[in-house]
Design a protein around this ligand. Structure first.
Ligand code: FAD
Length: 301
């Protein structure tokens, strides 16, 4: 099992989980059940998205507040600067700081009106994530993670411009990048080589997306510039009406991807949990990992 091999080398496989703030009572129940299920797997940290999918700062703030108050999880808040003045962003930062946030995932955010629209920086705001990172640095000694795009961001004119933006974020104080999801590890490895050649030395943590539903994922992936290799069609072929078999394949695919990345020397992973625990747990179990006993501040739910 992977953890044994890593342990033998004195390294530990580390992973973080990403959540999104719930938009209804049912979704809230689902999230807090997921948090409870994932607690014993001792993630390095968890993060809560911000502003995506029509949510506002309040659901992110209350989710983060509860994670910090009721669980031992190290919790990062995503923060975007789209459509906000610097003063508005600073107020949000202070609200997060007041509930105990010390780690931000600093992002520009998608254009208002959704992906595909033209991005217009707010005249009194931060123009991009690099400027936001610099602003956060001035506000406090925060841990700052940022995004990275192994297949380049759809708005980047080319790979060089994309990596240049990452370099600016790092120069301004980012200490970790979390990648957009990808399924071809060769693409990630080539990207990593270009990133290192540009003098960027922070961890570029692969974003792993366990596939709940391939058809939906394809739609989403095409908007964010992530490609879906044809081997995935083959793996999921004929399973449309077999949710259990589909989930088993999804956990196998995610575990195989992580195992291959570990062979390539990677030890940190960011898992897009989509607020569900089953696939994430099945993936970790497939890697031979086990949940630990936990020292909790209290029940998660
Ligand atoms: P930046 O790093 O500022 O830019 C991304 C790329 O776009 C750069 O490489 C740059 O080359 C190019 N670019 C930027 N501005 C310009 C320009 N003016 N002209 C030409 N090229 C330009 N979104 C949310 O709303 N909430 C979240 O919580 C959230 N979490 C995310 C977490 C991760 C790990 C990732 C990978 C993405 C997340 N996103 C989230 C999505 C993100 O907001 C979008 O991808 C957004 O379009 C870009 O934000 P960024 O911080 O990556 O941008």
């Amino acid at each position: 099992a992977i953890d044994n091999r890593k342990e033998a080398r004195g390294e530990r496989l580390r992973y973080s989980f990403e959540f999104f703030p719930p938009k209804s009572e049912d979704m809230s129940d689902q999230l807090w059940k997921t948090v409870e299920d994932l607690l014993p797997w001792s993630p390095d940290f968890v993060s809560v998205t911000y502003g995506a999918g029509g949510t506002t700062r309040e659901p992110t703030l209350s989710t983060v507040r509860r994670l910090i108050a009721e669980t031992p999880l190290r919790t990062a808040a995503h923060l975007t600067c789209v459509g906000a003045t610097k003063e508005e962003v600073h107020r949000v930062v202070e609200e997060f700081r007041a509930v105990g946030v010390r780690h931000f995932v600093a992002l520009r955010g998608d254009p208002q009106g959704g992906i595909g629209n033209r991005y217009e920086p707010h005249p009194g705001g931060y123009a991009n994530a690099a400027e936001l990172v610099a602003g956060l640095r001035e506000l406090g000694d925060f841990e700052i993670s940022v995004s990275a795009y192994p297949e380049k961001h759809p708005e980047s004119p080319d790979d060089a411009a994309d990596i240049d933006m990452l370099k600016r974020k790092v120069d301004n104080g980012a200490c970790r990048a979390l990648t957009q999801f990808f399924f071809d590890n060769d693409v990630y490895e080539r990207y990593l080589e270009r990133v290192r050649a540009a003098g960027i030395s922070i961890p570029i943590v692969p974003g792993i997306m366990p596939i709940q539903n391939l058809t939906q994922l394809k739609r989403f992936a095409s908007m964010c510039g992530a490609s879906i290799p044809s081997f995935l069609d083959e793996r999921f072929a004929g399973l449309d009406d077999q949710p259990r078999a589909r989930a088993a394949v999804a956990a196998e695919v995610a575990a195989e991807q992580i195992e291959d990345l570990v062979r390539r020397g990677i030890s940190d992973f960011h898992i897009y949990s989509m607020n569900r625990s089953a696939l994430t747990i099945a993936t970790l179990a497939n890697l031979g990992l086990q949940p630990n006993a936990i020292s909790s501040k209290g029940a998660a739910a």
